[in-house]
Design a protein around this ligand. Structure first.
Ligand code: AMP
Length: 217
């Protein structure tokens, strides 16, 4: 009896670029060039493993529903996700950045009756509520940096890496909410039913991550 392939849902873009070398060390390389291919489901060098290439914010949904067994996406996306149907067994240590509150250079720090634009309304509400600051959260889908420039919001909550994007728009990071990296996630039911295969993959990736960490040091 042939078992269904393990499906890994992978966030496209920066995360995918950093994740592919780790997967390669686990013997998983895509059967086609993902930069050129428009395919959404891709075979790999491991006949038992397929990849689905999707937006980072959709990865927990696919894995949570069990449509994919495993996933790779950012901690920011996982913090924003409301489900509890996932395990998060491994920090892959890739696509590192931080989630920060940012505002115009020289602006007053966050106080009450603040308007904050973000892709992360749940995280943002929790963050300001924990500080006793009443914030009106405005959900945007991209280019958050624009919002303070045109008076849509006082502050933004966004990912910051080098800070160049903020700087180019006259903004500065004021507070770090948390450090971010990409994580391996697993559907809870799949972890039970396909335990040996998934556990093996986790351990191989754990070794690859440890190797990547020590060679970067
Ligand atoms: P930077 O100009 O280097 O601070 O990068 C900031 C821009 O890149 C923002 O638009 C972020 O949303 C995006 N960004 C930074 N780091 C990451 C990451 N690890 N994953 C996805 N997007 C990122």
């Amino acid at each position: 009896m042939s078992e269904r392939k393990l499906l890994i849902a992978m966030a496209k873009g920066r995360i995918m670029e950093d994740a592919l070398p780790l997967l390669a060390q686990a013997g998983i390389t895509p059967a086609e060039d993902l930069k050129k291919s428009r395919k959404l489901i891709v075979d790999t060098s491991d006949p038992g493993v397929g990849l689905v290439i999707i937006r980072a914010s959709d990865v927990p949904t696919y894995v949570g529903y069990g449509a994919a067994d495993l996933g790779i996406t950012g901690k920011d996306v996982l913090m924003e996700y409301a489900g509890n149907d996932l395990y998060e067994p491994l920090d892959l240590g890739i696509a590192r950045c931080r989630l920060a509150v940012a505002g115009p250079v020289g602006a007053a720090p966050a106080t009450d009756r603040l308007r904050v634009a973000t892709k992360y309304p749940n995280i943002t509400r929790r963050y300001f509520a924990a500080r006793g600051i009443q914030a009106e959260v405005i959900k945007l889908y991209g280019s958050m940096e624009l919002a303070p420039l045109v008076g849509l919001a006082d502050k933004i909550v966004d990912l910051v890496d080098t800070g160049n994007t903020l700087k180019a728009n006259g903004l500065v990071a004021e507070e770090t909410i948390c450090d971010i990296s990409s994580r391996l996630i697993v559907n809870k039911a799949a972890m039970k039913i396909r335990h040996a295969r998934i556990q093996h993959l986790i351990e191989v990736l754990r070794t690859a991550v440890a190797g990547a960490g020590s060679s970067a040091a």
